[in-house]
Design a protein around this ligand. Sequence first.
Ligand SMILES: [Zn+2]
Length: 188
Amino acid sequence: MSEPHTSEDIGRLEVICGPMFVGKTTELIRRIQAAEASGLSVRAVKHQLDDRYDARALATHDGRRIPASTIERPNELLAFEEDVIGLDESHFFKVGLHPVVMELLGKGRRVILAGLDRTSLNEPFGEMARLLIEADEVVKISGTCAVCGGIAVHTVRLFDSRDDIVVGGSGMFENRCRRHLSVSGSSS
Ligand SMILES: [Zn+2]
């Protein structure tokens, strides 16, 4: 039997997913800081759309932040040469992220993605489903249903829009359990 491949030659993909406001970015920052503390070079990246808290940092609702680069298209990730690349709000990239991640893995990089796994209409978000299949590790964080207090894996939007991607804060979205997925059925 041949020697098993190590992460230096096959890369490593970690995906942190779940509904909004459950601490996905906090977990991403924790992993990036831990990698840096272990001596690896790290790069935090975010989509240009997401400037809710700080345009030059990954930031959480509770004020945690680390410096981040901002990109518009997935292939801009290929310019980064760090050992570990952490990308927040990965679902904002509708197309093209999957092949770029595969290329980074092929170069032996460790890629950590955080983002929503599904849209508010309960469809796979962008290429997240393909990336989840490819992942070496998936961390799925659940939230609390705004109606019943049960475990929530969905985020619903409380306003009408056909656009998948809406940058917004609390008050525009709510996490819901499977039973309370329908906004109109919130009193059942
Ligand atoms: Zn519920």
